[in-house]
Every structure is written in structure tokens, then in C-alpha cells.
Design a protein around this ligand. Structure first.
Ligand code: SF4
Ligand code: SF4
Length: 299
């Protein structure tokens, strides 16, 4: 069994308790305009080109069978429309101006990486987190990784936007110690405007998880001008306060760390003008959830 993975991050301390290894799955079925991992969104690999790293050596020009790299007046031009994602140029680019992050990995290959830090999991009460992209879109691969992790005694977490049929999430419950579920907006039209999809199924899935036996942490990206108002956050808090399995709410402030990735993919950066929320604003948003009796982190 194999799947498409775009990164494996060791010593992660932001994706669940303790020290963890986070496995990022390729492919997502939301299109959040503030996404800081746009390379994870397509269901298939993409070439990223970072012009500031290019040393204009022309190795890619020679090796591309589809003539997607050109040298014009000493400048490198990458013609994305011609690219067939064969990877030949990436292998030749020693400056790492060209990369393809997603790669096929078997369950055994992923677990070999995850096992490397098992001593840290024990000492820190950490474990492994499966994230994305959206890991539940590769449900069978995810399920096998969860089973393999539990066989080794690792604490498991699944980081999901929950925009999948309930049965997809339900089958994960026996092998998932913690669900990290994103909630981006409570208002349906706002959710659709920001992510491209309705939140009806997401809210229903959160309600079911929140009334069940699994432990759930909710993650709210705080995006200026989108969901950073008391009314919107108050509706989320009231909804979550009625769900006994929701043990924590994490507020994640918007940031610009993903900006250069948009350029590398030939995409416009839609969040250019946004100002990340300050500490004072984040603290006041936290009180909205705390007033409903919800433990809050990340402020
Ligand atoms: S191989 Fe890499 S460094 Fe050389 S021209 Fe192509 S992109 Fe630039
Ligand atoms: S990935 Fe293949 S087709 Fe695409 S630019 Fe590189 S060599 Fe050409």
C-alpha cells in the first residue's frame, strides 16, 4: 500500500501533545485563501520554481524533454504549461531552485521514518500526527498507517478539515487517539467564500466527533477581516461548548510564511494585504472561548 506524501517533519511540537513526527499527505478538498501550504492542495505533484535560488546554469534546459525551461537574455523562464512533472529537471538542479515535494511512499517507508524518534515520543508523551493537505482523502493509506502506529504503541493524531463523509472519519476512531479538527468559519456563506466549500458536513462531523468517545482538539485559524470578529468566534464557541469530547481550542494566528510558495507554483498570493493579528487581539479572542468553558491555547 502506498500514498502521496509531501513532507515528513520530525520534532514537531505544534501538532498534538509532546514531541511528534508529522506526516503531511498530498491533496486537499478545500481552497482556503490564507493557506500557507499551497503546494499541498493539488491531488498530484507539482514542480515548484524558486527564481531567487536559480544560478542560471541551464542544466534544466538541457534535460527537459518538453522544453519547459528556456534561457532568454540570460534569464531563466519556466513555462509551466509545458511541464509533464517527469522530475528530470529537478534531479539536475543542484541549486534546489526546482523541487517536487510530493512523493509516493509505502506504509513501511513512512513507518521507518516515524520509528526513528520513538524514544522522544516516550519521554515527551508525543507520537505521530497525520496531517496535510487532507489526510482522509487517502483513507486506506491513512488507516494502514494508523494501525501500524498503534501496533508500535505510538500515540496517534489525525489533523483534518473533516470535509468528508462521516463513515470516513468513523472508521478512523478505533486507531486515532486525538482528532485535530479545523474550524474556519461558522457562517456557511462565509465558509464557502473563504474555502470554496460549505461547512454543513464539517459542522455535522464535528458534532458527531464531539459527542463520541474520541478526544478532539479544535483548531481555528484567525484570519484578519475574515473570521476575526466577536460574533463569528462567539458562534463557534457556543457550538463547541456543547460537545464533551472537545478538550481544547487552539487559535492559530494568520501569518505570511507561505507567501513565496505561491510564486514558486505560478500562483497569485491572495493574502498579500493582510496584517497578522497581534498578541492583544489574540488574547481577546481567547476570552470568547474561555467564557464558554473551553480551554484555549495558542494566544
Ligand atoms: S537547473 Fe536550477 S539553477 Fe540551473 S537554470 Fe535550471 S532552475 Fe536554475
Ligand atoms: S518536471 Fe519534467 S517536464 Fe516538467 S519541467 Fe522538469 S523536466 Fe520538464
Amino acid at each position: 500500500m502506498d500514498g502521496l506524501v509531501f513532507d515528513i517533519q520530525r520534532f514537531s511540537i505544534h501538532d498534538g501533545p509532546g514531541i511528534r513526527t508529522t506526516v503531511f499527505f498530498q491533496g486537499c478538498n478545500l481552497r482556503c485563501f490564507w493557506c500557507h501550504n499551497p503546494e499541498s492542495q493539488p491531488l498530484s505533484p507539482r514542480v515548484q520554481f524558486f527564481p531567487d535560488k536559480c544560478i542560471v546554469c541551464a542544466a534544466c534546459v538541457e534535460h527537459c524533454p518538453h522544453h519547459a525551461h528556456l534561457m532568454v537574455d540570460g534569464r531563466h523562464i519556466y513555462v509551466r504549461d509545458r511541464c509533464q512533472t517527469c522530475g528530470a529537471c529537478v534531479e539536475q538542479c543542484f541549486a534546489q531552485a526546482l523541487i517536487i515535494k510530493a512523493k509516493k511512499m509505502t506504509v513501511e517507508q513512512v513507518m521507518a521514518d516515524v520509528e526513528r524518534d520513538q524514544a522522544y515520543y516516550v519521554n515527551s508523551h508525543g507520537g505521530v500526527t497525520f496531517s496535510g493537505g487532507e489526510p482522509t482523502l487517502q483513507a486506506q493509506f491513512l488507516l494502514e498507517l494508523l494501525r501500524a502506529s498503534k501496533e508500535r504503541g505510538f500515540h496517534t493524531a489525525v489533523d483534518t478539515a473533516a470535509n468528508v463523509p462521516w463513515r470516513t472519519l468513523e472508521q478512523l476512531i478505533p486507531t486515532t487517539d486525538l482528532f485535530l479538527v479545523d474550524l474556519k468559519a461558522f457562517d456557511e456563506e462565509k465558509h464557502r467564500a473563504g474555502t470554496g466549500v460549505s461547512n454543513r458536513r464539517i459542522l455535522e462531523n464535528i458534532r458527531r466527533l464531539g459527542q463520541g468517545s474520541a478526544t478532539v482538539w479544535i483548531r481555528v485559524p484567525v484570519v484578519p477581516g475574515y473570521n476575526d470578529d466577536a460574533a463569528e468566534l462567539g458562534k463557534m464557541a457556543a457550538f463547541l461548548a456543547d460537545l464533551p469530547a472537545v478538550r481544547k481550542v487552539e487559535l492559530l494566528p494568520f501569518h505570511h510564511l507561505g507567501a513565496s510558495k505561491y510564486e514558486s507554483l505560478g500562483l497569485d498570493y491572495p493574502s498579500r494585504g493582510l496584517k497578522p493579528p497581534g498578541e492583544e487581539a489574540m488574547a481577546s479572542f481567547a476570552t470568547i472561548f474561555a467564557r464558554c468553558g473551553l480551554p484555549v491555547a495558542g494566544t
